[in-house]
Design a protein around this ligand. Structure first.
Ligand SMILES: NC(=O)c1ccc[n+]([C@@H]2O[C@H](COP(=O)([O-])OP(=O)(O)OC[C@H]3O[C@@H](n4cnc5c(N)ncnc54)[C@H](OP(=O)(O)O)[C@@H]3O)[C@@H](O)[C@H]2O)c1
Length: 353
């Protein structure tokens, strides 16, 4: 039996609305149908064009089909009203979009008393003013669940907060924060053109449909900002030096043109690879934050003893050097992308409210 059907009679403790029914949103809908989510009532869901709200509960597995059939256009007020009308004491907006406009509302929702659980990095990893608005709004009591914004399900932000509560401070941070860039450079040994690997990664679903979103380094920079800010560094988005792997001539063309001309990546990356190989090193796309708050994301030559040189698949790696993890860093490593583990991180944040 569906978890919702059992709880639909009396007010639930927790009611949620879901924004985004893409890869991650659908994986979350599947988890909401399991016993682990029996105490959560889903009262609304939306994609970019349509939404459906029902204070006495939606059946998660039917949501995508219902949205396809439904005529209601997007209006967040109706979704928030469904949360209010549910009678739940704990009301949550779950953001599984990449939409900057929706992220721009996170602070407003928190200030109004709705908890926000998000995989969307656009606000916390965007302008510093947005981050500050989030801090001010969550100080009023509602909780910002951001586990899914960094490392998918890996316990990066929770570990950092725990260390901070104990008085431990982040000194430096280094790692591989992108599953697609991890895979690409774990594979790339110069024997096949980089563009061929990139097209393979795209076919396997490791990159965004437009791989420039991954290659630009912007997403890695947003994750670096989120970790750094959670560690107490008031870092502006313009303070991260970003090395984009997209040649300048291909930055403003449409996706199809980029894919047609993707071989332009090959020669420069081959030259970088050969230069690294001559020194016995390999290339990794690293994010780095030093003790003075200097932040950079980009391609780095690392030697065989570097922890990032031993990564495999799409693994992420986060090496935290703190006042107490000083001699060697605390390393968190594992799958850092994928719809199911990202959805689980969202569910975990909702359940811990
Ligand atoms: N995929 C992963 O492994 C992964 C891992 C960690 C974090 N994330 C993050 O999770 C988020 C979702 O990723 P995804 O892979 O699921 O993306 P996706 O497949 O592209 O899905 C995005 C969904 O958001 C919807 N949407 C866009 N604007 C909206 C709006 N204003 N209101 C409501 N819905 C809206 C889209 O609607 P339509 O269906 O109408 O287009 C779509 O359903 C992103 O922020 C991503 O960075 C993803």
């Amino acid at each position: 039996m569906n978890a919702l059907a059992t709880d639909a009679v009396s007010p639930p403790r927790t009611a949620a609305v879901l924004l985004g029914t893409g890869v991650v949103g659908r994986a979350l809908l599947a988890l909401l149908s399991t016993g682990a989510a029996r105490d959560i009532r889903l009262v609304g869901a939306a994609n970019s064009k349509r939404q459906h709200a029902q204070p006495d509960g939606l059946t998660p597995v039917d949501v995508v089909q219902r949205l396809a059939a439904h005529r209601d256009g997007r209006d967040n007020a109706a979704l928030l009203a469904a949360l209010d009308d549910s009678g739940a004491s704990c009301k949550v907006v779950v953001d599984a979009t990449a939409c900057a406009k929706e992220a721009g509302r996170h602070a407003e929702w928190l200030a109004a008393g709705y908890h926000v659980v998000t995989a969307n990095k656009a606000l916390a990893g965007g302008q510093l003013s947005g981050w500050r608005a989030l801090q001010a709004a969550s100080a009023r009591g509602a909780v910002y669940g951001d586990a899914a914004t960094v490392g998918a399900g890996l316990p990066v932000l929770s570990t950092l907060r725990r260390l901070r509560r104990c008085g431990d401070s982040l000194l430096t941070l280094e790692g591989v924060f992108s599953g697609s860039l991890s895979w690409l450079f774990n594979q790339y040994d110069g024997s096949r053109p980089f563009s061929e690997l990139l097209l393979d990664a795209r076919r396997l679903g490791f990159t965004e449909p437009d791989p420039r979103s991954d290659l630009s380094g912007e997403d890695v920079a947003r994750k670096l900002l989120i970790i750094a800010r959670n560690a107490g560094f008031a870092l502006g988005s313009d303070e991260v030096e970003i090395e984009s792997l997209v040649p300048e001539a291909l930055r403003d063309v449409d996706t199809a043109t980029f894919l047609d001309r993707v071989k332009a990546l090959d020669a420069p990356l081959h030259a970088r690879h050969e230069a690294a190989r001559a020194k016995g090193k390999v290339l990794r796309y690293l994010a780095r934050l030093n003790q003075r708050g200097r932040a950079r994301v980009g391609l780095v030559e690392v030697d065989a003893s570097h922890p990032a040189s031993r990564l495999s698949g799409t693994d992420n790696q986060f090496a935290l050097t703190t006042t107490r993890y000083h001699a060697t860093p605390l390393v968190i490593q594992g799958p850092g992308a994928g719809p199911e583990i990202t959805a689980q991180a969202l569910l975990g944040d909702v359940l811990s409210l």
